[in-house]
Design a protein around this ligand. Structure first.
Ligand code: UT7
Length: 334
């Protein structure tokens, strides 16, 4: 559906916040933990360091709350006016009891309801669509979307093919009815469940409930067929982004920023090349945050928010477990 063709309330991002933990895990630190080296990690992924939430007593909600509070304070939002809190995450505090409900209560969003959204690295992208739809419909006026993941809680730090990639962090955006003609414009989303085993945590759900077997086999850790994921990510992220440009009669020249999920610099470069975008239009934080899963996109927005001008054309793109992927188009409204 091209939202431009409908006459609904336009949804805009009106506030942004973020949080990353202080502890840095560098490539040099990883060299001491697994058989790897800085040159390999840098050339194959573009990552130099990532942030880790060290304290075992602090879960994902800790970072989500910090990011939300950063947004609330920076933009002087009264939390009691927030209608809904959505947390996109694959590392909820607990399998049952929505992390978002706890976050909403903790930030003083006393009139809100909250639920989690699980779509791995595409979680924040899909979440933005959900928020935009609620605003478009007129049902809610202030929807807070947080992308937060404590990836260090599910990464196996003896597996060099995954532990070098991921980091912890959280980012938040507020969706409201647009104050002008700018906001959420269009989206192109797809998924392919046939590939679900290529990027997964196998156990702990209803397919393989926790047992001594699942624990002994390490099935509670994140696992990926790196090459398969890489191949799909390169072609699908670029394809989805190209579709969005075509559908909206845009060329790379007219785009101000590409805001891509940060899985691997080579995947991002391939997408940018396909769209014909110059390097300065491609936002990245992968070198210093790594892949923070649902937090990559909102952290990019937070780190670059002072750059954006009203009317700027932003293309979002993501690919992740499921497989899930897509691209969207938003014009900056504030
Ligand atoms: O956000 C969710 C989606 N996730 C992704 O998009 C990740 C997609 N995949 C990737 O980013 C890449 O596939 C990786 C970074 C995971 C791996 O890079 P690659 O270029 O695909 O490497 P590879 O798996 O083909 O491995 C090449 C070689 C292998 O050695 P041999 O068999 O050629 O002797 C690996 O064992 O590199 C070896 N290798 C390593 N060497 C040093 C794998 N991991 C490491 C490592 N350090 N950490």
């Amino acid at each position: 559906m091209n939202l431009e063709r409908t006459k609904q309330t336009k949804a805009a991002i009106t506030a942004v916040g973020g949080y990353v933990p202080d502890t840095i895990l560098s490539n040099q630190d990883l060299e001491k933990m697994v058989d790897t080296n800085d040159a390999w990690i840098t050339s194959r992924t573009g990552i130099k360091e990532r942030r880790i939430l060290k304290d075992p007593e602090k879960p994902t909600s800790f970072m989500a709350i910090e990011a939300a509070q950063d947004l609330i304070q920076s933009y002087h939002i009264d939390p009691s006016t927030i209608d809904l809190v959505i947390v996109a995450t694959v590392t909820p505090d607990m399998p049952v009891a929505a992390t978002a409900a706890y976050v909403a209560s903790s930030i003083g969003a006393t009139e809100a309801f909250g639920y989690d959204l699980s779509a791995a690295c595409s979680g924040f992208l899909y979440g933005m669509s959900t928020c935009a739809a609620y605003i478009n419909s007129g049902r809610y006026k202030k929807v807070l979307l947080i992308g937060a993941d404590k990836m260090s809680s599910i990464v196996d730090y003896t597996d060099r093919t995954t532990c070098i990639i991921f980091g912890d962090g959280a980012g938040a955006v507020l969706f409201e009815p647009s104050p002008n003609e700018y906001g959420w414009e269009d989206e192109y989303f797809r998924s392919n469940g046939a590939e679900r085993m290529s990027l997964r945590i196998k156990a702990g759900g209803s397919l393989y409930p926790t047992s001594t077997t699942t624990l002994e086999n390490g099935w509670h850790n994140l696992f990926q067929e790196g090459k398969t994921v890489f191949k799909y990510a390169v072609s699908e992220m670029a394809e989805a982004s190209e579709q969005i440009l075509k559908r909206n009669d845009l060329t790379g020249k007219e785009i101000n920023y590409l805001v891509p999920h940060q899985a691997n610099k080579r995947i991002i470069d391939a997408t940018a090349k396909r769209l014909g975008l110059e390097e300065e239009k491609v936002l990245m934080n992968i070198s210093y945050y790594g892949n923070t899963t649902a937090a990559t996109i909102p952290l990019l927005l937070n780190d670059n928010k002072l750059k954006f001008k009203k009317g700027d054309k932003l293309i979002f793109a993501a690919f992740g477990g499921g497989f899930t992927w897509g691209a969207s188009y938003l014009t900056w409204a504030i």
